[in-house]
Ligand binder design. Structure first.
Ligand code: FCB
Length: 446
């Protein structure tokens, strides 16, 4: 597989780490090891929510196959693994008793990562909220920050001393807006009050975990935020204004809170009336210093004004760029622009890691081989964008491909394949794709 000649390790900073990412519910197999039910189990059990009504009960069975998966990561010349810890596996009721078997799994996983000379990068919450907490209102409940803080300390007690980095929350926009306003993810609400509250509480939970882990002396703490490259669908002033509103909600809300302790005006105009009383008092804890920022980037999104809809009166528009199996428009320059925007407008020289970037494709194994040349190009082009940002002064310290394996792609079940390793979901056999071999080769070269 030909790679562009300058894409070698040597073209990246000396300590730059290359890894791959997954998340607990998407790969582990939630039916194993005494995990409690979570809101994704019930979301998936509700007709119409998930393609083919699939859930995470078996997933990739990484719960039993983590050694094999870490061997593949190592053999691919990678440096690091990003995984997440399942709240409902560790605390089946969300609060109170710990499922020791579940907690021990993460102990074994971290050891397996370290034994292979890889770095473990943990995300404490990647979406599998225990049903018992969901019953109480989940992310809309004012106490969830405390509950999450308790969970974070339990994780820290067990594995905190061995982690290269810790992210509190994965993609707070997805946890809140996508799940409580747009209804696309669990708990599947379409309610602006729930959306606004969860958008605040998820940040409050981040702040609470940072406070608690910092008090324990940790100095590797961050958060993982997702960004899209938002653009107006036309030059019409109302489309430009619509794109500005969407940019405020989807891209600025979370980073502005974390980096500056404020919410963007263009988002507050619709959401402030629904925020919990006294929200301003939480902004100091939300914006306390972090040690690094995680960035997830996948696509460009065109936005138009929708006069038939209430605030924010936006509608997505399909543009002319090539798309992935998700229908997402591919724009590597969007990643460059994002990294420079973060440096210039928000975090300056704070270390940034691209904690997710990758693409889904309708991959097939033929004669033992998966030819995913589209993915190879996507990866090369995005790595090129990262290189350009580094050359222009971005303090980018790592890149994690999403994902190590084909896995449970949430509302799209197992149909959408993001892995650099193919998984046969009948046999659970792993087959490295051409993209894995490309990265293996590229990472071997200095
Ligand atoms: C991100 C999620 C991750 C995966 C990718 C494709 O939004 O963090 O779990 O689903 O998208």
């Amino acid at each position: 597989m030909a790679t562009s000649p300058n894409l070698t390790r040597a073209a990246f900073p000396k300590d730059f780490r290359f890894g791959a990412a997954t998340a607990a519910y998407q790969v582990e197999g939630h039916s194993f090891g005494g995990a409690g039910t979570c809101h994704w189990d019930t979301f998936a059990a509700t007709p119409g929510n998930v393609l083919r009504a699939e859930d995470g009960a078996i997933a990739c069975d990484q719960y039993h196959r983590y050694e094999e998966d870490m061997d593949l990561l190592k053999a691919g010349n990678f440096d690091a693994y990003r995984f997440s810890t399942s709240w409902s596996r560790v605390m089946p009721e969300g609060r109170g008793p710990v499922n020791q078997e579940g907690l021990d799994y993460y102990d074994r996983l971290v050891d397996a990562i370290l034994e292979r000379g890889l770095e473990p990068h943990a995300t404490i919450y990647h979406w599998e909220l225990p049903s018992a907490l969901s019953d109480l209102g989940g992310w809309t409940h004012p106490d969830i920050a405390q509950w999450f803080g308790d969970f974070a300390e339990i994780i820290d007690d067990k594995i905190g001393d061995r982690l290269a980095s810790v992210a509190t929350i994965n993609e707070p926009w997805c946890v809140s807006y996508l799940s409580h306003m747009l209804g696309h993810h669990a708990p599947g609400l379409r309610n602006i009050r729930a959306a606004a509250r969860s958008m605040h509480h998820v940040l409050k939970a981040h702040g609470e975990a940072i406070t608690r882990l910092r008090a324990r002396g940790r100095d590797n703490l961050g958060i993982v935020i997702n960004f899209e490259h938002t653009q107006p669908a036309s030059d019409a002033p109302e489309d430009i204004a619509a794109a500005t509103r969407q940019d405020a909600i989807n891209n600025r809300w979370f980073i502005e809170a974390v980096a500056k302790g404020q919410y963007p005006t263009e988002a507050l105009e619709g959401l402030e009336a629904h925020l919990p009383n006294g929200w301003q008092d939480d902004m100091a804890a939300i914006s306390q210093p972090i040690d690094w920022l995680g960035v997830n980037y996948y696509f460009r999104q065109l936005v138009a004004h929708d006069a038939t809809e209430t605030w924010p009166s936006t509608k997505p528009v399909q543009g002319h760029l090539a798309t992935t199996q998700m229908g997402w428009e591919i724009l590597p320059d969007g990643l460059y622009a994002l990294l420079m925007r973060l440096k210039n407008d928000y975090v300056g020289d704070l270390p940034i890691m691209v904690t997710e970037n990758g693409m889904a494709w309708d991959d097939h194994v033929r004669n033992g081989i998966v030819e995913d040349s589209e993915r190879c190009a996507y990866i090369r082009d995005h790595m090129g964008a990262m290189q350009r940002a580094i050359n222009d002064g971005a303090n980018l310290t790592g890149f994690f491909y999403w994902s190590l394996l084909d896995n449970y792609e949430w509302a799209f079940g197992y149909e959408r394949r993001f892995g650099m390793i193919h998984v046969d979901f009948e046999t659970l056999k792993r087959t490295p794709k051409a993209s894995y071999h490309m990265l293996k080769d590229l990472l071997a070269r200095s």
